[in-house]
Design a protein around this ligand. Sequence first.
Ligand SMILES: [Zn+2]
Length: 178
Amino acid sequence: MEKKLAEHNAIKEENRAFEEGERFFYLGNTYPLLYVDSHSFKGVRLINGSFIIHRDNKSHAERVFVEWYKKTARELFQERVGYYSRLSKLYPTGIKVTSGVYRYGSCSSSDSISLSWRLIMAPLYIIDYVIVHELCHIKEKNHSHRFWDLVETIIPDYRGCKRWLKDNRHLLLYGTSP
Ligand SMILES: [Zn+2]
């Protein structure tokens, strides 16, 4: 996984033209884009290892892609927050999906958490770390030792996750422009 991501990092500067064959991230892997005529669906589908878009959407492929990322992120975040809330007994008052570029998550003073849809491009264990990080802020509002001790009880390798986010910042920009 690490190696695969590093390889794709090398092409991160490339401009996105949404041409057929361009690869897009989803949960830490990349899948090529494929345009089709024969399907009646709108938007994006991830089928048999390819992102499928109807050819009619080619001129606004970026917009439909971002819509798909946001929708998919919202569903996944709700499920993962639910799981980690039950595990930690830390329940947010709400979940908001943002377009944060380098700010992947936050927790408000009223214990509502915000998560960037861009995280959907990262591996699931990274998404889980950011969720747990924000849930722990419900109990500990700062980054004290008590805070990190709490994170560690749920994500023992939280340091590795922090490092991954630091090393792969550009990766989460790669799919689309802000
Ligand atoms: Zn924090």
